[in-house]
Design a protein around this ligand. Structure first.
Ligand code: NAD
Ligand code: UGA
Length: 478
């Protein structure tokens, strides 16, 4: 056999050897995470499986520009490991059968139906994985929750697995992922910490150690934290809630800055130098997006409400309320500044992704701001360096605010920023892509209608320079 696997030395000198890892779900987490594990440990075979054939085909594409996920540095990692010990496949059953350790990394979106609609996490995909593992497994497996899950989910997974009657032993671990999109490879290669939760029984501790050994190949041991299952599951929701809360907290001060003459960037700097507060995640914006902050906080709110913890639920829900307000407020400011009407006016959008360096648009503020402006009959002209036109149209259509035909009349997508901004009355910076700062702003000004407005939803452009060209420049929180 070509592969040796990773041995787990136990006190009793037994070895738990991990030769093959399988990951169910080849998405934003499963793909990059498994690619990095495969790159770091050539002796372990890593199979990433998904039911989505197109996604797997893209992961297997010869042309690395066609990988389904854009992440800086990911192409190099995939190119090194793919075909050596990293494989992408739709053969879910085959991979489950072969693996010693199975990561569940499927989507856990907010429920759109039934009890908990609009708040609870939809666990149907996770449960399906557990049932499939139970059906297929003929040897002992360590099952790792990589998806973000409500606290106590491991209990349900355990119940399903333990009632299969096949005599196979399963150990469940929680190993939440903390990577952020746009910096996924860097976050995986040098994580602040790795968190592993498991049962505090002899076999549970053995399973925890097996996963510790995987990460310890490249992560310093003192950065690998081990806990029980419930602390690990809850820590992931808590981390996202705290991060989102910081963004909403700084955004909650932007209106106050605008009406008092204070500058939010100065305030952020002043408070961020306090080592107890720290400088990160204090950048005022059009509001946070991404697939997880809103979903995970809603889930936290739902859990609190289900347990009758109404004050805790209300506290966390306010983070979402503030974020929705920030998006609406930005759209409203554009309308108000453009003399109360944007009907038939062209408004350029720079950026559609929810943050820079990703092609992910889930819950991006761009979608909601465009929708509100289209309600006012504005014509939106968008340029984003990485997001496809198909993606933008489907994001807007998914809101069901109007027919697809109407949406496509109001949303025009360009692959050249200067063309997107030509003939516009105003432009809005929605995503903080670095390239926007280096544009020829005189050329953009010349092509726009006057007065030419800039609404900088990320405070990234040079106000002085733009005002000297002639733009009317409006930042967030200044
Ligand atoms: P994603 O939607 O990009 O990928 C999930 C994949 O799972 C999809 O390709 C889907 O086809 C596949 N899938 C679903 N059910 C399946 C099944 N039964 N068998 C095989 N494949 C199946 O989702 P994601 O962004 O990778 O997120 C996955 C989980 O990780 C979520 O719980 C999320 O909260 C969490 N998370 C995400 C991020 C992030 O940055 N996106 C970061 C940390 C944690
Ligand atoms: C976030 C967390 O940072 C990750 O640790 C976590 O693993 C992940 O969610 C997840 O569970 O999915 P991500 O959503 O990819 O990662 O990106 P962030 O960098 O956290 O940004 C989220 C949103 O907040 C973006 O829209 C970003 O523009 C916005 N943001 C962030 C601000 O508006 N201001 C800031 O100061 C920071």
């Amino acid at each position: 056999m070509l592969l040796n696997g990773i041995g787990n030395s136990l006190k009793n000198n037994q070895k738990m050897s991990i030769n093959t890892i399988c990951c169910i779900g080849a998405g934003y987490v499963g793909g990059p995470t498994m690619s990095v594990i495969a790159q770091k440990i050539p002796s372990v075979k890593v199979i990433v499986v998904d039911v989505n054939q197109a996604r797997i085909d893209a992961w297997n594409s010869e042309n690395l520009d066609e990988l389904p996920i854009f992440e800086p540095g990911l192409d190099a990692v995939v190119s090194e490991a793919r075909g050596r010990n990293l494989f992408f496949s739709t053969d879910v059953e085959g991979a489950i059968h072969e693996a010693d350790m199975i990561f569940i990394s499927v989507n856990t979106p907010t429920k759109t139906y039934g009890d908990g609609k609009g708040m609870a996490a939809d666990l149907q995909y996770v449960e399906l994985c557990a049932r499939q593992i139970a059906k297929i497994a003929t040897s002992d497996k360590i099952v790792v929750e990589k998806s973000t899950l409500p606290v106590k989910t491991a209990e349900a997974i355990k119940d399903i697995l333990e009632n299969t009657g096949t005599g196979v032993n399963f150990e469940i671990l929680s190993n939440p992922e903390f990577l952020a999109e746009g910096t996924a490879v860097q976050d995986l290669e040098t994580p602040d910490r790795v968190l592993i939760g498991g049962d505090q029984t002899e076999s549970g501790l053995k399973a925890i150690q097996a996963l510790v050994n995987i990460y310890a190949t490249w992560v310093p041991k003192n950065q690998i934290i081990t806990t029980n299952l419930w602390s690990s599951e809850l820590s992931k929701l808590t981390a996202n809630a705290f991060l989102a809360q910081r963004v909403s907290s700084i955004n909650a001060l932007t209106e106050l800055c605008e009406s008092t003459g204070a500058n939010i960037d100065d305030v952020a700097k002043a408070i961020g130098t306090d080592s107890r507060i720290g400088p990160k995640f204090l950048k005022a914006s059009v509001g946070f997006g991404g697939s997880c902050f809103q979903k995970d906080i809603l889930n936290l709110v739902y859990i609190c409400k289900s347990l009758g913890l109404d004050e805790a639920a209300d506290y966390w829900e306010q983070v979402i309320i503030m974020n929705n307000h920030q998006r609406s407020r930005f759209a409203k400011q554009i309308v108000t500044s453009l003399y109360g009407t944007v009907a038939m006016k062209k408004i350029g959008f720079l950026g559609w992704a929810f943050k820079k360096d990703t092609n992910d648009t889930r819950e991006s503020a761009a979608i909601y701001i465009a929708d509100k402006l289209i309600d006012e009959h504005a014509q939106i002209q968008v340029y984003d360096p990485k997001v496809t036109a198909v993606r933008m149209h489907s994001d807007l259509n998914a809101l069901n605010s109007r027919t697809e035909a109407e949406n496509s009349k109001f949303l025009e997508i360009h692959n050249n920023p200067y063309k997107a901004l030509e003939g516009t009355h105003a432009l809005a910076v929605i995503t903080e892509w670095d390239e926007f700062k280096a544009y020829d702003w005189q050329k953009i000004y010349d092509g726009m209608l006057k007065p030419a407005f800039i609404f900088d939803g990320r405070n990234i452009l040079n106000q002085k320079m733009l005002e000297s060209i002639g733009f009317i420049y409006k930042a967030i929180g200044r």
